[in-house]
Every structure is written in structure tokens, then in C-alpha cells.
Design a protein around this ligand. Structure first.
Ligand SMILES: Cc1cc2nc3c(=O)[nH]c(=O)nc-3n(C[C@H](O)[C@H](O)[C@H](O)COP(=O)(O)OP(=O)(O)OC[C@H]3O[C@@H](n4cnc5c(N)ncnc54)[C@H](O)[C@@H]3O)c2cc1C
Length: 411
């Protein structure tokens, strides 16, 4: 029997999805005194397809959380390669730099669980194993209908605001007219159990590995974790088409992962490896990110950096911005606030991505291998340097260095 909306449980905010974006939004909204429900489709902790690399500036959003509980390695160097050769070991903190930086290698299940539990401690009602199925906007709020996993009970409630934090394949966006045209990258990863000392000598807990030439318009990585390596590959600048529909893409990415493991002297049983693939919704320009009482954050809002393919810090930042906008009764300003925080930098990153993924070889030679390249990339990831400051300088440097080999037009 249908319940009348007057008799339903009510909230100020229902957050759909307890990834980093949703958990941050729920924690900030709850600590601002709002009544919050945080709904998560899966039971926590759960696997999340991700490299788990994050800049240490994530610390600004951790509050009382201790990074040691989910950060397993701290990166000091990046080992770059072109077609598995032409290696360049770049220092994140080369001599002469003052403020030491680091990239953290986190375990996503632990990080996400810690963030969600923190939201609960701040006062949010965390309900995992509950998948949002539909949203019905009304004049004074939004009806949210969800369903328990494995035949669990239905749950319906009403909120003044809904935050869509349900990631790249979420349902919230479908209840709106938002994000009809998306720019999608695709990546996959595998977790290979590892003992330090095996394989290539540069496989150590302080070095992240990045390989550029082996996959066209993308890159591969090996990220160290406590007891395993996270090895993956992504197609970050697909050629116009949605890569999810191209069957051959998954095969190409998997082959690259196998080749990378072989090049690094890693032993594996192909049949034992479990590949996880997932889309990455890339920033593709300014567009509305809220409609009425529904606000989108993180991957649901398309906040993946089009150059590096990172989304964790942006997810958390956008969750914080959405919660603040609602707490300050300024939800109508959300898109403007979000664009204020991201648009200029992401637009500049998009320009760089077009150059980088069209002329990766030239960019590798004159950009990645530049003595300060790793340092500058880390500054960009940390948000200590703005893409707006870098993009023109980097493109000018490439033009100067590559001379007649540089083609300044792109689609
Ligand atoms: C292979 C790969 C490697 C990556 N590596 C990195 C990296 O090293 N560093 C980095 O910064 N970024 C990386 N990213 C990107 C990063 O994973 C995402 O940007 C980030 O997870 C976005 O966080 P989010 O909270 O917006 O979404 P998510 O982390 O996707 O969380 C969404 C949550 O919503 C839940 N959900 C979905 N549907 C529903 C529903 N109907 N009801 C309730 N809950 C729902 C999901 O179960 C999930 O828990 C990588 C991505 C991929 C695919």
C-alpha cells in the first residue's frame, strides 16, 4: 500500500552513495546540525575499482581520521617509462624544494568505510545495503525510494534536498535533466599479491610507476600497497566514442596490464587475476550541476580531472561544497560555487589533456622527463599549483622544445 508523503520519515538531506563524495557531504551536513540519511547500495566495507592514489592535501578533509588507518604507502618518487623503456625516475621533492609533498596510496575499502563511519559519528544515519531506485521531486522536497539488497525491505523517505553521490553509473542523475552529454574515460585495475624484493628492483613501497607509450591516448600504472600492487590501465582520451561500447578496449587495457607485469618481472597466474573495470566521467566544461533540490557531487557530477584521471580529492571537495551550500540555505548557488572551485582549473587541464593525449611521445620527452616534471605534477595533484598557471607555460615550453615536431591544432 502506498504511504502518503505526509506520514513518511523526513530528513533535511538524503545523500545517495557513500563513496568519498557522499560520505564527506553527509559528515559536513550532519555536523552543521542538519538531519541526514546516507544511503549506500553495497554493504561496507566494499571493493572499489580505483588506484587509491591521493594527494596528501586530502588531509584537510580528514578532521579526526588518522591517515595511517587506510594509507599503506607514501610515494616519494615516480618511475616513468615510455613503451617500458626510456625510464625516468622523478623526485616528488627534488633538492631545493622547501615544503615536502607526498602522494598517499590508500586502500579504498578502508578509506571509504572510515569516511562513512565518520559521517555516522557526526550524526548522519548510515544505511548500507540499501539501493536508491527512484526519486520524485515535489514542490517542497524529494521523495526517495530505495530497496534493500538481497530481498531486503523497501525504504521510502522525503528530504528537503538530495545529494547525488552515487558515482559514474548512478541513478540520481536520471531523475533530472542534468548531464545528458558526458565525456567518459575507462580504466581497469587488478590487485596482485606482492612481496617486496620480488621482481624489478625499483618495485618498492615509495615508488609509483607510470607507463605512457604502451597504450594509445592513455597510460598504465603500478601503485604500491601494503601486501599487493594495484596495476591498471586507462584510456583517458577516447576518440570521440563512448569507450564502454567498444569491446576491444577492455582487451587492449588487459593486455597492457599483462605486458607491464612482464616488463617488471612480476610473476602471476593469469587465471587467478580478477580485473575490475569502471568508467570515469571526465570534466568537459561548465554545465548545471543541480536541478531544483537535487545536487550532484563527485563522479556523479563529472568531476574527474581530464589530464590525470584522478577524482578522489575533487569528490571530497564537491561533497563539502554541496553540504555547505545546503547548510547556508544557498543551494540555488551550488553550481556557481562548484564552478568557482573547479571550472577554471579543469578547463585548463582539459586543454593540456588534448595536447598530452594527442602527442604523448613529444610530451613524454619534453614534459614528463623535464627535471621538475614530477614535482610540478604533484603540485597540480595537491592543488598547490593551478592548472591555469601551468597550461600556457607548459604548452609554450613544449613548442619551444619540440620545434617543428609540435602540432598546435587539435579537435
Ligand atoms: C580503475 C580506476 C582507477 C582510479 N584511480 C584513481 C586514483 O588513483 N586516484 C584518484 O583520485 N582517483 C582515481 N579514480 C577515480 C576515483 O575512483 C573516483 O573519482 C572516485 O571514486 C569518485 O568518488 P565518488 O564518491 O564520487 O563515487 P564512488 O567512489 O563511485 O562512490 C559512489 C558510491 O555510490 C554507491 N551507489 C551507486 N549507486 C547507488 C544507488 N543506486 N544507491 C545507493 N548507493 C549507490 C556505490 O556503491 C558507491 O559506493 C580511479 C577510477 C578508476 C575506474
Amino acid at each position: 500500500m502506498l504511504q502518503s508523503s505526509a506520514s513518511l520519515p523526513t530528513y533535511d538531506v538524503i545523500v545517495c552513495g557513500a563513496g568519498p563524495a557522499g560520505a564527506m557531504a553527509a559528515a559536513e551536513a550532519a555536523r552543521s546540525g542538519l538531519k541526514v540519511a546516507l544511503l549506500e547500495k553495497q554493504f561496507l566495507p566494499r571493493h572499489k575499482t580505483c588506484g587509491g592514489g591521493m594527494p596528501m592535501t586530502m588531509n584537510d578533509f580528514l578532521w579526526d581520521l588518522a591517515p595511517e588507518t587506510f594509507v599503506e604507502c607514501q610515494i616519494t618518487h615516480m618511475r616513468h617509462s615510455w613503451k617500458y623503456g626510456d625510464v625516468h625516475l622523478g623526485a616528488i621533492n627534488p633538492p631545493g624544494t622547501s615544503q615536502p609533498m607526498s602522494l598517499w596510496m590508500a586502500q579504498r575499502p578502508l578509506f571509504d568505510q572510515a569516511m562513512a563511519r565518520r559521517a555516522e559519528r557526526a550524526g548522519a544515519e548510515l544505511r548500507d545495503g540499501l539501493a536508491v531506485r527512484s526519486l520524485t521531486p515535489e514542490s517542497d522536497g524529494v521523495l526517495v525510494r530505495a530497496e534493500g539488497l538481497k530481498g531486503g525491505a523497501e525504504w521510502t523517505a522525503k528530504a528537503r534536498y538530495v545529494i547525488g553521490a552515487d558515482g559514474a553509473n548512478g541513478v540520481v542523475v536520471k531523475a533530472t535533466g542534468l548531464r545528458k552529454k558526458q565525456s567518459i574515460a575507462i580504466a581497469l585495475e587488478v590487485e596482485l599479491p606482492h612481496r617486496w624484493g620480488d621482481g624489478h628492483p625499483s618495485l618498492t613501497p615509495e615508488i609509483a610507476h607510470l607507463e605512457y607509450g604502451a597504450i594509445d591516448r592513455g597510460y598504465g600504472w603500478i601503485f604500491p600497497k601494503g601486501d599487493h600492487l594495484n596495476i591498471g590501465a586507462g584510456l583517458f582520451r577516447p576518440d570521440g566514442n563512448d569507450p564502454r561500447r567498444e569491446r576491444s578496449v577492455r582487451g587492449q587495457l588487459q593486455q597492457m596490464v599483462f605486458d607491464y607485469m612482464d616488463a617488471m618481472g612480476l610473476k602471476y597466474q593469469a587465471d587467478d587475476l580478477r580485473f575490475h573495470g569502471h568508467p570515469l566521467p571526465l570534466w568537459s566544461g561548465k554545465e548545471p550541476r543541480h536541478e531544483g533540490r537535487i545536487l550532484l557531487v563527485g563522479d556523479a557530477a563529472g568531476l574527474v580531472n581530464p589530464l590525470f584521471g584522478d577524482g578522489l580529492l575533487h569528490a571530497v571537495k564537491s561533497g563539502h561544497i554541496a553540504a555547505r551550500a545546503i547548510a547556508e540555505d544557498q543551494a540555488a548557488d551550488y553550481t556557481d560555487r562548484l564552478h568557482g572551485a573547479f571550472a577554471a582549473d579543469f578547463d585548463a587541464a582539459l586543454q593540456l589533456a588534448k595536447v598530452f593525449y594527442n602527442w604523448t611521445g613529444i610530451c613524454y620527452r619534453y614534459g614528463v622527463k623535464y627535471e621538475k616534471g614530477t614535482y610540478l605534477a604533484t603540485q597540480l595533484l595537491c592543488g598547490d599549483l593551478h592548472f591555469t598557471e601551468m597550461a600556457n607555460r607548459a604548452i609554450a615550453r613544449l613548442k619551444r622544445s619540440a620545434g617543428a615536431n609540435f602540432f598546435p591544432a587539435w579537435n
